[in-house]
Design a binder for this molecule. Structure first.
Ligand code: 5CA
Length: 448
């Protein structure tokens, strides 16, 4: 993409309404624009990041064997009356009346609708296990929408639902989700720690929230510092292997890590004091096992192969896709702007032409541009006739992890400069070498 043809409405002033750095940077870098309280438009650059995050979620869910689908945002109240949640959900639910005076609502989550689909089509244990998920907009009329996309009213969420014959099978689905989430967040450059949590309006006893540690996080968390040494990394996983999934769960959840809702001061006090940590975190996902709460209420029964009909065991599993954009920025920025991790960056590399209109600079930039595109990478080429300082400031603000600076002095010696956004370190490389280097950097991040 050429910057001269892009829509990148960067703001010079720091927006006064934004209280936390990710919100400020998302507005300043032209990622989002508020449409009304807690509701945002995603401008081209922000939309690209949102889609990158969405792609990673899809890829990791596919590996776990979970099926993508899509349900409507507007649902009938009748289903929610069956589960009892139409009244229980309270003021957070946006209720709508259609022209025939029918009660509708904008979906805050979709346990009822997926259970309705299940009961209409699945009657036998032979069709189990089954896990389906969607990535779809949700609406919760939060009393205090704030921090931009972090606590929106409209937000983009991955919500997955497992259906299993037995509790044991459903707990394997729970473990599968935990493993797939660990991989998902690590690919986004994040450490998200599973912590024992409270289930709230979704229900059930088994639930973990995934928290990214950040001073601006809304949740207070308590944990054993040893947990921050854990990485899932690139180890192989067989999602059908129950023992393997269970052992990952044990590895990542056996140390103390809880949100304030489930914190137990007496248990916490038993951790060696130098390892006790009290901090804040951003909740980027949550997994639940709630057994037969919805299947019993809504009659989602299957024949169990032994002459009986039993309610299926279920769980639901969410990822805050739009919130993640803010969470990643909270975890990765400096005074000059965003620093995107390679896995989610909207463009792979920025090309800054120091002397637009100079034949050799223009030609070198065009050659680089083409070379990256033919290698499957997306460059953002700043081809504007701005001064160098302004170009660098824009690149730093929008946070591309790698920048190539092309100027007459370097080209005289056949080199350009490759700069790492995170460290600020630069190296002089030939055109061919810089392409090879950037391609190599991104190799682990390409595709599934
Ligand atoms: N049905 C379950 C699992 S799919 C569910 O709704 N879980 S949830 O309530 O925990 O939401 C899933 C994730 O959505 C949360 O972990 C959080 O990351 C994100 N989320 C929840 N509320 C908001 C909000 N108001 N703004 C942005 N993201 C949100």
């Amino acid at each position: 993409m050429r910057l001269s043809r892009y829509f990148l409405p960067v703001l010079k002033e720091t927006p006064s309404e934004a209280q936390i750095v990710s919100h400020r940077l998302m507005l300043r870098a032209g990622l989002i624009k508020q449409a009304s309280a807690g509701i945002y438009s995603w401008l081209p650059l922000g939309y690209k990041v949102l889609k990158k995050i969405e792609d990673i979620v899809h890829q990791e869910q596919a590996k776990a064997g979970h099926l993508p689908m899509l349900m409507p945002t507007i649902q009938s109240a009748d289903l929610w009356r069956e589960s009892g949640r139409y009244d229980a959900y309270g003021a957070e639910m946006l209720r709508i009346t259609d022209r025939h005076e029918r009660d509708m609502l904008f979906t805050p989550t979709a346990e009822e609708l997926i259970t309705d689909i299940f009961r209409a089509h699945v009657t036998s244990y032979k069709d189990l296990p089954l896990t389906m998920y969607q990535i779809q907009w949700k609406f919760r009329d939060e009393i205090r929408p704030r921090f931009g996309v972090m606590r929106g009213r409209e937000f983009y969420m991955k919500d997955g639902y497992n259906f299993d014959l037995t509790k044991e099978d459903a707990l394997h689905a729970y473990n599968r989700h935990l493993v797939s989430y660990l991989r998902t967040y690590e690919r986004m450059g994040l450490q998200a720690i599973p912590m024992r949590a409270d289930s709230g309006p979704i229900g059930g006893d088994d639930t973990h929230e995934f928290l990214v540690l950040a001073e601006t996080g809304e949740s207070e968390v308590f944990y054993d510092s040893e947990i921050t040494d854990l990485r899932f990394g690139d180890r192989a996983i067989d999602y059908d292997d129950r023992a393997q999934c269970q052992s990952v769960l044990e590895e990542f959840t056996s140390r103390y890590a809880r949100t304030d809702e489930t914190h137990d001061a007496a248990v916490f006090a038993q951790i060696p004091v130098e390892r006790q940590r009290v901090a804040r975190g951003i909740e980027v996902g949550q997994i639940f096992y709630f057994g037969t709460k919805y299947s019993e209420a809504m009659g989602a029964l299957v024949d169990d192969g032994q002459g009986g009909r039993v309610p299926v065991h279920m769980g639901s599993h969410g990822i805050g896709v739009s919130r993640l954009v803010g969470a990643i920025i909270e975890a990765s920025h400096d005074d000059n702007g965003i620093i995107w991790p390679e896995g989610v960056t909207p463009f792979h590399v920025g090309i800054v032409n120091l002397k637009q209109g100079d034949a050799s600079c223009d030609a070198a930039c065009n050659d680089l541009y083409k070379a990256f595109v033919s290698n499957g990478l997306e460059p953002l080429y700043d081809d504007r006739t701005e001064r160098a300082g302004a170009k660098f400031a824009t690149m730093d603000l929008i946070g591309l992890p790698w920048r190539i600076t092309v100027g007459p002095r370097g080209l005289a010696g056949d080199t350009v400069e490759l700069t790492c956004r995170r460290t600020g370190e630069s190296e002089e490389l030939s055109l061919a070498a810089v392409v090879a280097r950037v391609v190599e950097i991104y190799a682990p991040h390409m595709g599934a």
